[in-house]
Design a protein around this ligand. Structure first.
Ligand code: ZN
Length: 475
């Protein structure tokens, strides 16, 4: 296979974190369930998503990936799915990298087991997200080592403790998720207990059946517990979600979904580590592999330089006394570093780097120090100014190409559940405009998901149902 530019800029925007979207309707499943019933649950969830509305399009891109086996190299196999599972075959047993979603893993395990029979000696987990670790139970047998990053248990702890909060936020963006997290042992965070932990700065090296393996910590991408797998003889790099769902792209330095901070400099250092390896093939755990040493190297350097550029511009701006909002507006990638922002977004990268260094107090207003937000007085301002006057001014801003100024004024109009019809219609209009602009522009999937959520909310307050949205998708 040769590499094509299409490989480098696939437009299949999809969440790199795939929520437990495939757990719909699996109340009766237990850890001891037959593989067959787990497969069936996966099929039900797939059908449900396939019939869902426009909102679910990003998730649908991945759910439409067939569960099928393919051989990528002499010793490398993959079973595809929402998240792929990779298998390196050796005469002394196989090494598995990532275990997919619990609801797809049974079928993935069966198909790959049929194609490449043999015992599984190691399961290596790229990170904590359930689309990468959720199927682990299906891949382990007596004596299988489960290899994870030193920080994996801690990531599991906080993801479990904050599950209600994170579930709510994810469900806001991905309304097809069930209302409540599944209360099923093997789908829960913390269920997978690694037997081998790899710390930052260490590389776990082993040789098995004549194949050399290097398990390399690459923190800073999807979280602090990122591990990658490198086959030095084959020059194949298994990346998990290290690059996100596209390659190359501007990364999600840290995500607006709301997880722990991801460190920008760690990400740059991890990219340096990968650049030095000079991979000839990258195998991500979503979508297709990428081949070609020179093309991969150039793309990796571009990603690293883009993150470094944004980082350095934020530092310079902070030292020059600029506000975070000024920098969000001012900083953009120079033409030679242009990258897709379908997943990560430069202006959010600016904000996250700022807050990584400066944390929560922006030195803007005294009120930041106290638990009374500006929104506490929005309805008072509305009373003083008059809702109609505020809507008129908001519309003037919107018509003059200042939609965000318009949205600010509409917050006063609609505060405290005030369903002012003209205000709601104005908000619906501006949200539609922003969504259209986003889709024609950066097409960032998270921005689109948020705008769709606010559109649903606004339409509901107007007593309308949005076109293409239906109850069927909001389980
Ligand atoms: Zn993922």
């Amino acid at each position: 296979m040769t590499i094509s530019s299409a490989h480098f800029l696939r437009r299949t925007a999809a969440s790199c974190f795939v929520p437990l979207l495939l757990t719909l309707g699996c109340d009766d499943i237990k850890k001891s369930a037959e593989l067959k019933s787990a497969e069936m649950i996966g099929d039900i969830a797939a059908e449900r998503l396939a019939s869902a509305g426009e909102t679910e399009r990003a998730a649908n891109d991945l759910i439409n990936v067939p569960i099928e086996v393919r051989q990528l190299h002499d010793v490398v196999w993959q079973v595809r799915g929402v998240a792929n599972t990779q298998l390196v075959a050796t005469s002394e047993g196989h090494v598995v990298f990532d275990t997919g979603l619990a609801t797809q893993a049974a079928k993935q395990r069966r198909l790959l087991g049929e194609a490449v029979p043999g015992k599984i000696t190691h399961v290596i987990l790229s990170h904590s997200h359930q689309d990468h670790a959720g199927g682990t139970d299906f891949w382990t047998e007596d004596g299988t080592e489960i290899v994870a990053h030193q920080e994996y248990p801690e990531e599991q702890r906080y993801l479990k403790e904050l599950e209600p909060y994170l579930w709510h936020r994810n469900r806001t963006l991905f309304p097809f998720m069930p209302e409540e997290p599944p209360n099923i042992g093997f789908l829960e965070y913390g269920n997978v207990v690694p037997t081998v932990l790899v710390d930052d700065g260490d590389v776990l090296r082993f040789e098995q059946g004549g194949v050399k393996f290097e398990v390399i910590p690459t923190p800073g991408a999807e979280g602090v517990d990122n591990l990658s797998l490198w086959l030095p003889d084959q020059k194949i790099f298994f990346s998990g979600d290290f690059f996100g769902p596209l390659f190359p792209q501007f990364p999600n330095i840290f995500t607006m979904r709301g997880e722990k901070i991801r460190k920008p400099i760690e990400y740059i250092r991890s990219l340096d580590t990968v650049i030095a390896l000079e991979p000839e093939m990258i195998v991500p755990s979503h979508n297709d592999p990428i081949e070609g040493r020179e093309g991969i190297k150039a793309a990796l350097i571009k990603m690293r330089d883009a993150v470094q550029y944004v980082h350095d511009e934020v530092i310079a701006g902070m030292n020059a006394g600029k506000t975070v909002h000024q920098l969000m507006a001012e900083i953009s990638l120079p033409p030679e570093l242009e990258l897709s922002q379908v997943h990560g977004r430069v202006s959010w990268g600016v904000k996250s780097i700022w807050e990584y260094y400066a944390t929560w107090f922006h030195f803007d207003t005294t009120t930041e120090l106290y638990p009374v937000p500006a929104s506490a007085v929005w309805s008072e301002v509305r009373e003083l100014a008059g809702a109609d006057a505020l809507v008129a001014r908001a519309n003037a801003h919107i018509e003059a190409g200042r939609p965000i100024e318009g949205l600010h004024l509409l917050e006063f109009v609609l505060a405290d559940g005030n369903d002012h019809r003209a205000g709601l219609e104005a908000r619906k209009g501006v949200l539609e405009e922003l969504l259209e602009e986003s889709q024609q522009g950066l097409n960032n999937s998270y921005e689109n998901d948020w705008l769709r959520y606010r559109l649903r909310d606004t339409a509901a307050r107007l007593g309308e149902e949005l076109e293409g949205e239906s109850e069927s998708g909001s389980g």
